[in-house]
Write a protein that binds this ligand. Structure first.
Ligand code: GLU
Length: 273
C-alpha cells in the first residue's frame, strides 16, 4: 500500500512537472507580439538590484531605472498609450532561464549581446553601449585591471559575463561570485574583496550611492546591451527595433539617458548612444 501511494505521488508529480513544462514551452514559443496585443501588455524581465538601470525603491515598492523607463516607453510605442509594461524581477543569473521557461516576453536588464547568448536567444539592436570597469575603495592601490594579480580578490555576480571577462583579462586574480549586485556591493564594503567588476554604468550607480567607492581604470571591454527574447520571436524583435528607432528619432531616448546618467561625474552620456 505504501509503495502504491509513493508510486502514485510520483506519477502525479511527474504529470504536474510535464504540464508546467508544456505551459512554459507554449508561452515561450507562441507569438509573443500577437499575445501582447491581445492582453495590452508586454511582460519584461528587469533588474531590481541595479541602481540606475533597475532598482527596487523600498519606500514605494516600485522598480526604477533606465531599463525600466525604456520598458515602459517601448510598451507604449509598440502597443499604444493605454498599454502598461508588466515588470518581473530578474537577476543576471535568472534572466535566461526565466525567459526560456516562458515566464517573460522579453528581458531588458543590462544584458550584453554575446555570441554565446545569441546561440540560445535573439536580441534587439543594441540600445546602450557600456564597458566593463572596476570599482574600488578610494585610495586603493588598484588603479586598472593590470593591478589584479595573484592574491587580489575581485567580486562579480553569477550569470554576468563580467566574471568570464575579468578571468580572461586577469587570469591570476581570484574571482568571488555573489548572487546579485546589492550583495556584491555589500561584500566589497565589508572588505571581502579588493575590487568589484561589472559594467561602468552599474558601477557609477554604486559610486553615486556611496562616494567612498570610485570607478577606476576606464573600460577594458565593450558591452553593447540588447533586449533579449526567445528565438523565433521575429515579430516582437522587429517591433522592438522599430520602436527603438522611433524613441531615438523623437528625442525620448536621449531624455531618458540624460535623466539617469546626465549628472554622473566621469560618465559620458554621449558614448552610450
Ligand atoms: N552586461 C553584463 C552582462 O550582461 C554585466 C551586467 C549584468 O550582470 O547584467 O552580463
Amino acid at each position: 500500500m505504501k509503495l502504491f501511494k509513493q508510486t502514485l505521488a510520483m506519477v502525479v508529480a511527474l504529470g504536474l512537472a510535464a504540464v508546467l513544462t508544456a505551459c512554459g514551452q507554449d508561452a515561450a514559443s507562441r507569438d509573443a507580439l500577437a499575445h501582447a496585443k491581445e492582453v495590452n501588455t508586454i511582460v519584461w524581465g528587469v533588474k531590481a538590484d541595479t541602481r540606475l538601470f533597475g532598482l527596487m525603491n523600498v519606500k514605494t515598492g516600485k522598480i526604477q531605472g533606465f531599463d525600466v523607463d525604456m520598458a515602459r516607453a517601448l510598451t507604449k510605442q509598440i502597443l499604444g498609450p493605454s498599454a502598461e509594461a508588466t515588470l518581473v524581477q530578474v537577476t543576471s543569473d535568472t534572466r535566461v532561464p526565466m525567459l526560456k521557461g516562458g515566464n517573460l516576453d522579453t528581458v531588458i536588464a543590462t544584458m550584453t549581446v554575446t555570441p554565446e547568448r545569441q546561440k540560445v536567444l535573439d536580441f534587439s539592436d543594441p540600445y546602450f553601449n557600456a564597458g566593463q570597469s572596476l570599482l574600488v575603495k578610494k585610495g586603493s592601490p588598484i588603479k586598472t585591471v593590470a593591478d589584479l594579480k595573484a592574491g587580489t580578490k575581485v567580486i562579480g555576480v553569477q550569470g554576468s559575463n563580467s566574471v568570464d571577462n575579468v578571468q580572461k583579462a586577469a587570469p591570476k586574480t581570484t574571482v568571488l561570485q555573489l548572487s546579485d549586485y546589492a550583495q556584491a556591493f555589500t561584500a566589497l564594503k565589508s572588505g571581502q574583496g579588493d575590487a568589484l567588476t561589472t559594467d561602468n554604468g552599474i558601477l557609477y550607480g554604486m559610486s553615486k550611492q556611496d562616494p567612498n567607492y570610485v570607478v577606476v581604470g576606464g573600460t577594458f571591454t565593450k558591452e553593447p546591451y540588447g533586449i533579449a527574447m526567445n528565438k523565433g520571436q521575429t515579430a516582437l524583435r522587429l517591433a522592438i527595433n522599430q520602436a527603438l528607432k522611433e524613441l531615438k528619432a523623437s528625442g525620448a531616448y536621449t531624455r531618458l539617458v540624460n535623466k539617469w546618467f546626465g549628472d554622473i561625474p566621469g560618465f559620458d552620456a554621449k558614448e552610450v548612444e
